[in-house]
Design a protein around this ligand. Structure first.
Ligand SMILES: CC(C)(COP(=O)(O)OP(=O)(O)OC[C@H]1O[C@@H](n2cnc3c(N)ncnc32)[C@H](O)[C@@H]1OP(=O)(O)O)[C@@H](O)C(=O)NCCC(=O)NCCS
Length: 318
């Protein structure tokens, strides 16, 4: 493969193609599921019907004219790149950001990679004794992300394509209301968009995690839960009532000394999670909820939001 020519035809920087080439090398890929099984699999992964239709339309059949040799190479090597880090927990872009407007193969290339990796991930789960229900609940974050990306008119995908490699590598587990990210020094919490997060649901999920990780990952002795999020910005308390779910969530944590996270702008992240929109001018954003009004008022006053990290012991103090 001539990497310069491939990059030009893919419309991406050659360094990104070179990175895939280096990381994937000639490591093993994984086959896509049979096309006949795909509709049921997509349903199991909570993929909404409009996305499922596009994914089926762009399916990488052997003779499909939608799939140029470069796209086929990238799909195959992207799967190999992610698979090579099975069990890993770091942020791992699966390949370059593609010009997705070019068609369904371009739009969903990393979704096809994810589908190929579902078998790899469930195998990893089984090796750790993880129940099927947890496996599928965790992997179904694909559908949730596709739905959000559609609402965001494609603006969400560049981050999501990396985020979803965590699931494919057996690093994210959804237990009730929260997702848990294993493999680091702390057991990190993520909050999926699935309605409000009342404290009882959070507590039940934390209890599940307290039992789950020692059982399935006994070699990873976590002592603390941790979270990095816009949700932990204490400035939110200037606007939200004390008994709001966000305020109650914050109270669980002891904040770490503030450090600006590399490559992450909290004002953008707040817009991502509160409006699902990164580009509309401030004065045209909807102000339907207390939080939306707070975010707009705060930014219009020239203030900023901050991404904080906090932690608390896994075993509550007696
Ligand atoms: C985290 C989350 C579940 C909290 O929602 P919640 O349980 O309703 O939170 P609260 O009870 O504290 O809400 C207080 C107010 O803010 C509003 N609000 C909370 N989260 C909101 C959001 N993401 N977008 C718009 N409004 C929101 C609520 O509707 C409520 O306003 P109201 O009284 O006018 O109805 C919600 O923000 C969410 O789904 N976020 C997306 C995922 C996310 O941000 N994950 C963390 C990534 S780092």
């Amino acid at each position: 493969m001539d990497l310069d020519a491939a990059a030009a035809r893919l419309g991406v920087p050659v360094e990104d193609v070179d990175r895939v080439h280096r990381l994937a090398g000639d490591r093993p890929s994984a086959p896509l599921p049979a096309k006949a099984d795909a509709p049921a699999l997509l349903e199991r992964l909570a993929v909404p019907p409009d996305d499922a239709a596009e994914i089926m339309e762009g399916w990488p059949d052997p003779g499909s004219p939608l799939w140029t040799p470069e796209l086929r190479w990238l799909l195959d090597r992207s799967i190999a790149l992610v698979r090579a880090d099975l069990g890993g927990h770091g942020w791992l872009p699966p390949g370059p950001e593609l010009p997705r407007e070019r068609g369904p193969a371009w739009r969903h290339l990393y979704v096809y990679a994810y589908l190929a990796l579902v078998g790899v991930a469930t195998g990893y789960h089984r090796d750790h004794g993880v129940a099927d229900t947890v496996s599928w609940a965790s992997l179904a974050d694909l559908g949730r992300n596709l739905a959000v990306d559609r609402r965001m008119r494609g603006e969400g995908w560049p981050v999501m394509q990396s985020w979803l490699t965590l699931h494919a590598r057996g690093s994210i587990y959804e237990l009730g209301r929260l997702q848990y990210h294993r493999g680091g020094a702390t057991l990190d919490l993520h909050i999926p968009e699935s309605g409000p997060m009342p404290p009882e649901a959070v507590a039940a999920s934390l209890d599940e995690a307290r039992a789950f990780f020692p059982r399935h990952f006994p070699d990873e002795p976590y002592t603390e839960f941790a979270c990095g999020s816009w949700l932990l910005d204490p400035q939110l308390l200037e606007y939200l009532p004390e008994d709001s779910n966000i305020a109650r969530f914050q109270r669980r944590f002891e904040l770490e000394p503030y450090e600006e996270p590399e490559g992450l702008d909290a004002d953008v992240e707040v817009r991502r999670f509160v409006f699902r929109d990164l580009t509309t001018p401030l004065d045209r954003l909807p102000c339907r909820t207390a939080l939306q009004r707070a975010v707009v008022e705060h930014l219009r006053a020239g203030r900023h939001w901050y991404w904080h990290r906090g932690r608390f012991p896994i075993q509550p103090h007696p």
